[in-house]
Design a protein around this ligand. Structure first.
Ligand SMILES: NC(=O)c1ccc[n+]([C@@H]2O[C@H](COP(=O)([O-])OP(=O)(O)OC[C@H]3O[C@@H](n4cnc5c(N)ncnc54)[C@H](OP(=O)(O)O)[C@@H]3O)[C@@H](O)[C@H]2O)c1
Length: 266
């Protein structure tokens, strides 16, 4: 297949975002699907909050579209606009992939957290049995909390600037996984096996602090940062200097792609 060509045969996936300039996933998605043999392209589209419903309605009529990725700020607002949700997306309460069936029916899934777990496992890390400190209870943090509980971590502690959001997340994860040990806590890594930054701190342009006190990191820990730009965040640099095992945002992204491919029916 000539990967430079986009024709009427090409399967199109949109990626709706606002702003759109920060989007880095479209090339990785396109490369992944093409490597799997699909005549496929993923295209970023700049959709403002006001136009989301119109864009989703239009997607129903775009017959050569397999669906759309959905990112900031649309992951939650898109939920009521869809026909169906996977059980995982319903539980998490947000969507990052929408599948368009041949009849225009739209189904939402959320593979953020499962992608993280898959990426970790592909790197040889089994989350089951680990004591995990999760920093962040935003959109991605929520998805990670459910996926880590599902993966069987020994303990999950959620720390978030807005404490009420951490409390609410812990309550919903505990309700969904009654056997899991889940609680809120401080951004202090002491005693954990794995520390995961799911805040946006460390992103290029987000210089307003660090997600955890680096002095509390130690060499026996796995330190993961889901931020993708820069690839090696301040947290990962500090963790590397301590001799920790590292997991990069890109590994979570790659973990999501195989899940997205299956969900989109490709
Ligand atoms: N690698 C991947 O595949 C992947 C996938 C999805 C997202 N991401 C990345 O993950 C990051 C978070 O995305 P998201 O969708 O979860 O964003 P979000 O819903 O806006 O959540 C942002 C999170 O960061 C926290 N935060 C923001 N500014 C802070 C500050 N100054 N001090 C302390 N905490 C702060 C927020 O805390 P509050 O609740 O207190 O505001 C919240 O927990 C972004 O960098 C995104 O690019 C990566």
């Amino acid at each position: 297949m000539d990967t430079r060509r986009i024709t009427g045969q090409t399967k199109i996936m949109l990626l709706m975002a606002d702003p759109v300039s920060h989007v880095v996933g479209t090339e990785a998605i396109t490369a992944f699907m093409r490597a799997a043999g699909h005549d496929f392209v993923c295209v970023p589209v700049h959709v403002g909050a006001r136009d989301l419903a119109t864009a989703i309605q239009a997607l129903r009529g775009f017959r050569n579209c397999v669906g759309s990725g959905v990112t900031i700020p649309h992951k939650i607002p898109v939920v009521p606009l869809l026909d169906e949700l996977t059980p995982r997306a319903r539980m998490i309460g947000s969507v990052n992939y929408v599948r368009r069936d041949a009849d225009g029916k739209l189904t939402g899934d959320n593979v953020d957290g499962s992608g993280f777990v898959r990426g970790a496992m592909e790197a040889g890390i089994q989350p089951a049995g680990l004591r995990v400190l999760l920093l962040g209870a935003g959109g991605a943090g929520r998805s990670l909390a459910f996926a880590l509980a599902e993966a069987g971590v020994a303990e999950l502690v959620v720390s978030n600037r807005d404490h009420a959001k951490a409390v609410a997340l812990v309550e919903t994860v505990s309700a969904a996984y009654p056997g899991a040990s889940v609680r809120t806590g401080e951004a202090d890594a002491t005693g954990f096996d794995m520390v995961v930054n799911a805040t946006s701190l460390g992103m290029i342009g987000k210089d307003d602090g660090d997600p955890v006190d680096f002095a509390t990191l130690s060499a026996d820990m796995i330190v993961a940062d889901i931020v993708m730009k820069p690839e090696r965040t301040r947290l990962l640099q500090a963790a590397q200097a301590k001799g920790c095992r590292l997991l990069f945002g890109r590994q979570m992204m790659d973990g999501q792609l195989a899940l997205a491919r299956a969900f989109l029916g490709l």
